[in-house]
Design a protein around this ligand. Structure first.
Ligand code: PEP
Ligand code: MN
Length: 338
């Protein structure tokens, strides 16, 4: 922290700030400039309350130098983290895995067909929600454990690892028994009990940014998972709320390089929730890869017109197959692969 004193701060006020810094177990270095005095705080102040100093008489402002998250920050961990989903799907390395499948598991035939299409298209993992966090309480809430069993059967049939959402701390053990990767959705992005619970189990976590969250708030929340003991966190940009209404959300592609600059965690992009329109998904997938995304989460339904949830943003198997071909060419230009 850097404490900037008011222009007319008295020596007593500066001494008081020094006293507060020492009470926090930190050291100070007082710099008397020609116009202002600043107090540089020495030591790890990330867990310290800067408001205490901000309220002290004679203080103009307090600036943080270290990010308020420690385990998620690039500072503490300069090498990029890779996260493995199942045996074969690695997120954060040179390969850019495509994770695709329906929004929801609807039945055996649907999820098996979806898994086979993902596999045939060259995808690396299967997505599908068994527990759905729905805005409307009367909307389809997912098949629950039955859906998890169908996902496990689809994995058995295709070898694709499965990514599926968990919506409640009490379901974490159940979902972790079936899933290769637990998804935490946007609506739960600041459900700190849930973040803590997925942090206490051993499967990787695909953690989506809350649609209202700043990058700084997002990384502080990701820190909950890491601090609970699980280092396998994949960040996910899935669009944020803005005034724009031609898309369901505004997909913030600049979040990719920004997250990479601030954190060592891999960054995945979900252009399906990000746009809400199947026709926009391929272009946003390509743009995401070009902007440095480490993986893509894509809604693909064997029969989008009849999808129970999110059909409008689900691409067809054929579009997925064509998309993977174009993504490979873009990845190659970046010395990566799909
Ligand atoms: C989903 O992936 O189907 C989903 C519900 O995502 P989000 O949490 O990003 O809305
Ligand atoms: Mn969806």
């Amino acid at each position: 922290m850097i404490v900037v004193m008011n222009r007319d701060a008295t020596p007593t006020e500066v001494d008081h700030v020094v006293q507060l810094v020492r009470e926090m177990g930190l050291k100070e270095h007082v710099i008397h400039g020609t116009e202002l005095t600043v107090v540089a705080v020495i030591g790890d102040d990330r867990k310290k309350d800067k408001e205490r100093i901000e309220l002290a008489p004679g203080v103009d402002r307090v600036l943080r130098v270290l990010a308020p998250y420690k385990l998620a920050a690039r500072e503490a961990h300069p090498a990029r983290t890779t996260v493995r989903i199942g045996a074969s799907c690695v997120v954060g390395g040179a390969q850019i895995p495509v994770i695709a499948g329906p929004c929801s598991v609807e039945g055996e035939a649907q999820i098996l067909a979806a898994a086979r299409h993902v596999k045939a298209a060259g995808g690396h993992a299967l997505r599908g929600g068994a527990f759905k966090p729905r805005t409307n309480p009367y909307a389809f809430q997912g098949m629950g454990e039955e859906g998890l069993k169908l996902l496990a059967a689809a994995r058995e049939a295709t070898g694709l690892p499965i990514v599926t959402e968990v919506v409640a701390p009490s379901d974490v053990d159940l979902v972790a028994r079936y899933a290769d990767c637990l998804q935490v959705g946007t609506r739960n992005a600041q459900n700190f009990r849930l973040l803590d619970a997925v942090g206490r189990q051993a499967k990787p976590v695909l953690y989506k940014r809350g649609m209202w969250m700043t990058i700084d708030e997002y990384l502080q929340a990701a820190e909950y998972i890491l601090a609970a003991g699980n280092p396998q966190v994949i960040l996910c940009e899935r669009g944020i709320r803005t005034f724009e209404d031609h898309t369901r959300n505004t997909l913030s592609l600049s979040a990719i390089p920004e997250l990479h600059a601030r954190s060592h965690l891999p960054v995945l992009v979900d252009p399906s929730q990000g746009t809400g329109h199947a026709r926009l998904v391929p272009a946003m997938c390509k743009a995401a890869v070009a902007a440095g995304a480490d993986s893509l989460l894509i809604e693909m339904h064997p029969d989008p017109e009849h999808a129970v949830t999110d059909g409008a943003q689900s691409i067809s198997p054929q579009v997925l197959a064509e998309l993977v071909v174009s993504l490979r060419r873009i990845a190659q230009a970046l010395d990566r692969s799909v």
